[in-house]
Ligand binder design. Structure first.
Ligand code: AMP
Ligand code: MG
Length: 391
């Protein structure tokens, strides 16, 4: 059995970005850029009006002759002499010889005669060529999270495809003959399978929308075969249940038979002691304890960082913080405790219902409070570390 900090250290070795791939910008929402992007154009690509009004060469005069019109999208470049102006609209190309645009609300027009009633300062309402970004300038750095704003920015520069870190393929193997699916009727001795839903959704929140779910009977051959098949299909395999020491826990032996190398088995923590982690070449396998709260805690502390790192995030752990314990917390187990808690206004409150079988406390928790294995008691008012659960 290893300590939580040793287990996290081991996990750290596998927190590396995935390979990258080229994708259409329409398919990269939530992914991380795997390359620096330099602007292929000046933006704006021409001197551009930011107002509906009149473009002219600034010379302190208020009276101009209107000699033409430029609409957004027009390519023409009207030659302007001193004392002349053109009608212009937002987004339109400002003639080379003009340097200033007056907004139409500040003018009076009679036929071809323009009178500027409120003279703007020189260069007003003209966006210079490349004002936002110049050709060749760094637009987005490697490691940038691609949201709708950043992707729109790329689209505005005419960039159709980018390199992003690949989304890992994940398979979820669910063991347990006692499990029924929601919608089915429970017979005596059966419980509903919640882990497949919890894990699938936890992955979805990280951007993994296509995790495979495979249900296995509590049978050695079936378990071994399922693991073998998923080792061919997935980058990361999450196995739920069957990793304890019961007579029907076949996962550990099946992993060994499939030559998956154990990195650790059993962590000095509560919940989630029977956690198993290993790899076969680049494939990673987490065997999570079947108890629902254990499985989810282990996901947050150990699985999530690996997935986030593979996706290219540099801050791949859930955020940690310190708060003042609202009540004293006892640790009689000599293990690291991950307690469902609520942190509000810097105060940490431990919830009731901490048993590893209970998900109820997760319904109201916004944090996991961490009590170190060597800490027997945390006094009321003492600082306690928490892991922020993203809502
Ligand atoms: P195991 O780790 O297989 O020994 O399972 C430990 C406990 O978790 C048992 O009470 C199981 O019934 C329960 N359990 C296992 N898998 C699931 C699951 N997918 N959903 C809900 N409970 C489960
Ligand atoms: Mg079981």
């Amino acid at each position: 059995m290893i300590s939580v900090s040793e287990a996290i250290q081991q996990i750290e070795n596998y927190c590396k970005p995935n390979n990258f791939e080229q994708k259409s910008i329409k398919e990269v929402l939530g992914l991380v850029l795997a390359e620096d992007i330099f602007s292929p154009i000046n933006m704006p690509p021409f001197k551009q009006s930011s107002m509906d009004g009149y473009a002219f060469t600034y010379d302190d005069d208020s009276n101009y002759e209107i000699v033409g019109e430029v609409q957004a999208g027009d390519s023409k470049n009207i030659e302007l002499k001193s004392g002349q102006a053109v009608r212009i609209f937002t987004g339109a190309r400002v003639p080379d010889h003009a340097d200033t645009v007056v907004m139409q609300e500040h003018t009076k027009v009679e036929g071809e005669k323009l009178t500027i009633e409120k003279l703007p300062t020189k260069f007003s309402n003209v966006r210079p060529l490349g004002e936002q970004i110049a050709e060749g300038e760094l637009a987005l750095a490697k490691g940038t999270l691609l949201n709708e704003g950043t992707i729109g920015f790329l689209a505005g520069l005419g960039i159709a495809e980018v390199k992003v870190y690949s989304v890992p393929k994940v398979s979820i193997l669910i063991t347990g003959d006692e499990l029924r699916q929601v919608g089915e009727k429970l017979e005596e001795g059966q419980v509903y399978d919640s882990n497949s839903i919890t894990l699938q959704l936890a992955l979805k929140k990280l951007g993994i929308t296509e995790a495979r779910i495979v249900k296995i009977e509590d049978d050695f051959e079936a378990t071994k075969r399922a693991i073998q098949e998923e080792l061919d299909a997935a980058d990361i395999i999450l196995i739920s249940g069957g990793i304890s020491v019961g007579d029907y826990d076949f996962v550990k032996r099946s992993l060994e038979e499939n030559k998956v190398t154990e990195i650790f088995y059993k962590v000095n923590q509560k919940p989630g002691k029977p956690l198993w982690f290993g790899h076969k070449e680049e494939r990673l396998v987490f065997a999570l304890p079947g108890n629902p709260a254990s499985s989810l805690s282990c996901f947050y502390v150990y699985v999530l960082p690996v997935i986030q790192a593979k996706l290219g995030h540099s801050n791949y752990h859930l955020q940690r913080g310190e708060a003042k314990a609202a009540n004293g917390v006892k640790n009689v187990y000599g293990k690291t405790l991950f307690l469902k808690g609520v942190v509000a206004d810097g105060v940490a409150t431990q919830l009731t219902g901490q048993a590893s079988s209970m998900l109820k406390s997760f319904a109201t928790a916004n944090t996991l409070l961490v009590v170190p294995e060597n800490k027997e008691v945390i006094q009321e008012g003492e600082e306690i570390t928490y892991i922020q659960l993203n809502s």
